[in-house]
Write a protein that binds this ligand. Structure first.
Ligand SMILES: [Zn+2]
Ligand SMILES: [Zn+2]
Length: 452
């Protein structure tokens, strides 16, 4: 009856872990709420990152700071040799002017709920470092706070890249490149959602891959009233490009979940002068990297068409965006059972592996090289990335989510880490870290085109 003994022990371990998190519930929720009112943009999350580092140090862990600018990592090694599981918490906010908790200077706002993740991370760390739990686990767990999941502020990030501060332009991409995940075998995190149709927790599904474009249309200034014929209007070149780009949409297949969208971040400086430089930042998304690469060729043709029509020049900087998310089914089942145990049977909704709502995450990149899960907890109201996105159920977002993560790590690493070993045996990552880095580096290029 050794099996029953192990089962009983695992449920005791989970109960002990949940009790640790429950005892800290007020502090954890207060931390998330504090981060909500101190939002920080990607690669600038110094205050948030310091809170995570201090929290991990208070648990007796030795903490590596400043990875990929603001990232944090701490490892808890258990007895014996065994797999390493990472628990991830994202640090960054978006920019959403008009959000009720937006920073008045930067418009930074946690309109994607990432502020709950550092609190989850510290809850899981407290639970798994408590001696009653830790002494029964094998292998190790890495607590990793990741910068810059939102792919924004492209100009600033390209400057950082030129200055040698960054290789890739999102936190997890850069951490993969730097080798932060080299001693990790699998990873998990929980993201908030406001989509009631997903159930309280949802597991599985995919996300879009993408590439990012920074496009500079370059013309020639001239007096807009006196001699417009002497100028080359970069804004008109951009307009023609946008029209051409919209004409492409009928060629996109629904099943490929292609999204082409962007903003003009600079459209001229003096209205009485023909605009000489216009800057467009945009993305091409699709259900996998091959579809994205093929669509990006069409979109780049449209940028050139704008320059050709006006006799302008265009400089297209292509930046590797994210890869599609693959959720590990076995880890997902373990997480779902724990979510059900915490919040009642039927709490966890399984989504089809191909279900894709059009967004993207850099956990997708990690999922190409190791098994991961990216479940959602429905704990917010409003529209994701919108002015009204707010966490209304902090208990589920922080305490229940941390408990489900801790319980899932216990499932993986208790009993001689038998489940973690089974996950590794079954999973077939699409590529190695080296293959990932070279595939993404190949997407980084600058194309110049003279339209004459
Ligand atoms: Zn987001
Ligand atoms: Zn997010």
């Amino acid at each position: 009856m050794e099996f029953d003994l192990a089962e009983a022990k695992i449920s005791d371990l989970k109960a002990a872990a949940c009790a640790v998190i429950e005892a800290r519930r007020d502090d954890l929720i207060a931390l998330a709420q504090d981060i909500a009112v101190h939002p920080e943009l990607g690669f600038e999350e110094s205050r948030t990152s310091a809170k995570v580092a201090k929290g991990l140090e208070a648990l007796g862990l030795s903490v590596e700071r400043g990875i990929a600018v603001t990232g944090v990592k701490a490892i808890k090694r258990f007895g014996g040799i065994g797999p390493a599981v990472a628990v991830i918490g994202e640090l960054d906010s978006l920019r959403v002017p008009g959000h009720s908790l937006a920073d008045p200077d930067t418009s930074a706002a946690h309109a994607c709920g990432h502020h709950t993740q550092p609190a989850q991370l510290l809850g899981v760390a407290a639970a798994l470092t408590s001696p009653d739990v830790a002494s029964h686990l094998r292998g190790s767990v890495a607590f990793i706070a990741t910068p810059a999941e939102e792919f924004i502020d492209l100009g600033r990030r390209l400057e950082r890249q030129e200055a040698g501060e960054l290789g890739f332009m999102s936190g997890k991409q850069e951490m993969i490149r730097l080798g932060t995940f080299d001693d990790v075998d699998m990873a998990m995190m929980v993201h908030t959602s406001s989509d009631g149709e997903l159930g309280k927790f949802s597991i599985g599904g995919s996300s879009n891959a993408h590439v990012v474009h920074m496009v500079k249309f370059k013309g020639k200034a001239a007096h807009a009233g006196g001699a417009p014929w002497d100028g080359v209007n970069a804004l008109q070149a951009a307009n023609v490009a946008m029209v051409a780009l919209n004409a492409q949409r009928e060629t996109f297949q629904n099943s490929d979940t292609i999204r082409v969208h962007g903003i003009i971040t600079s459209a001229g400086v003096s209205m009485n002068s023909v605009p000489a430089e216009v800057v467009y930042e945009g993305r091409v998304r699709g259900r996998n990297s091959e579809i994205v690469d093929a669509t990006a060729i069409k979109v780049e043709r449209c940028f050139k068409a704008g320059a050709l029509a006006l006799g302008a020049e265009v400089e297209i900087t292509s930046v590797p965006g994210y890869m599609a998310l693959v959720n590990d089914p076995m880890m997902g089942d373990l997480f779902a059972a724990n979510a059900d145990a915490l919040s009642g049977p039927g709490t966890a909704l399984h989504r089809q592996a191909t279900a894709n709502r059009g967004g993207s995450t850099d956990l997708g990149d990690l999922s190409q090289i190791m098994p991961v899960i990216h479940p959602y907890v429905t704990a917010a109201t409003g529209s994701a990335h919108g002015v009204d996105y707010l966490i209304e159920d902090y208990y589920s977002a922080v305490v229940t989510s941390a408990s489900a993560l801790a319980m899932t790590v216990i499932d993986l690493l208790a009993d001689g880490a038998v489940n973690a070993k089974a996950v590794l045996k079954k999973s077939k990552p699409a590529m190695t870290r080296e293959q990932y880095v070279s595939a993404q580096q190949a997407r980084m290029r600058v194309t110049r085109y003279k339209g004459r």
